[in-house]
Design a protein around this ligand. Sequence first.
Ligand code: SF4
Ligand code: SF4
Length: 160
Amino acid sequence: MPTFVYMTRCDGCGQCVDICPSDIMHIDTTVRRAYNIEPNMCWECYSCVKACPHNAIDVRGYADFAPLGHSVRVRRDEEKGIVAWRIMFRNGKKDMTLIAPITTKPWGQHIPKLKEVDAPSKEMRDSQLLYNEPKYLRFDEGGLHTLEAAGLKMKQGVFY
Ligand code: SF4
Ligand code: SF4
């Protein structure tokens, strides 16, 4: 469910712009409010939803999540440490609140194999790179790896 911004709530602080990993939250230069420039490229990570101090960012619910004519409101409650999703159906009578904790999990406790690698240093956490970049982009081995460079050929179909 890609995000959108209620411009009447947004004060243009830019926190969503800073945190969006897809770099699609921009500030409109005329009205000085944030907007999602490319919903199709939204990772649906909801980092912006959690970061917005004014609950100005909401999501467009998919039909399998909430039927047509609904609205989905997101609310971040820092005191309780939760993110709540409130779905109001089109008949206006039913509504449902889904509550999820805001979590920052201790290193290595919830993904067991992470115990085997060092936790990122403060320098790594402050860096602009995502976790394990450039290793996962394989730039640390001398540039971008292509099929040709690896001696492989494109095969048609899906292989597992
Ligand atoms: S949900 Fe994630 S990818 Fe989508 S706009 Fe917000 S921060 Fe960016
Ligand atoms: S974080 Fe919220 S208030 Fe700040 S620019 Fe983004 S949408 Fe607007």
